[in-house]
Ligand binder design. Sequence first.
Ligand code: FNR
Length: 170
Amino acid sequence: MNILAISGSLRTVSSNTKLIQVLSALAPASIKINIYEGIGELPHFNPDLDGDEPPQAVQEWRKVLQAADGVILSTPEYAHGVPGVLKNALDWIVSSGEFVDKPTAVISASPLTTGGEKAHDSLLLTLGLMTATLVGSSKVANVNMKLAAGNLAANEELKRELQRILSLFA
Ligand code: FNR
């Protein structure tokens, strides 16, 4: 099974990107995680560009989504919303429909105790509109603390949660 994993953060030391890297490392042999890093290259969504020949980066983004058996999105929360770069990537898919019935899991991660719940809920609304099949979701609170080297109990809790997300695709 090929699962496409996408971080909603462009930050070099992003905790969300780290989470999908850990997911990839934890995946059983039956699940191959492909990390897609191209959403930062997409042009701003503009319906005028969404004609017969959309921009190359958009065609590529749609192609990798088509090839995936499932998708995992891991997003930060910016100003109580989904980061623009991730929302922009999803807006390009409304007309082409790659998320229709696509098994999809949503993770939000934040250094705060809320686990990015507002971005999480907003992302679920968008995916619902696109009729993705939500297989499950997780809000990861206190993510920096959980990823901290040496914090073994928190690391273990996070590992179990990411394994739970992976098992949803089995
Ligand atoms: C944030 N952050 C944040 N966190 C949160 O839980 N709710 C929020 O509304 C916001 N808003 C926000 C706005 C801006 C402009 C920045 C830069 C940050 C903090 C955010 O969760 C934190 O920076 C995460 O580490 C970002 O995720 P990555 O990059 O580590 O994946």
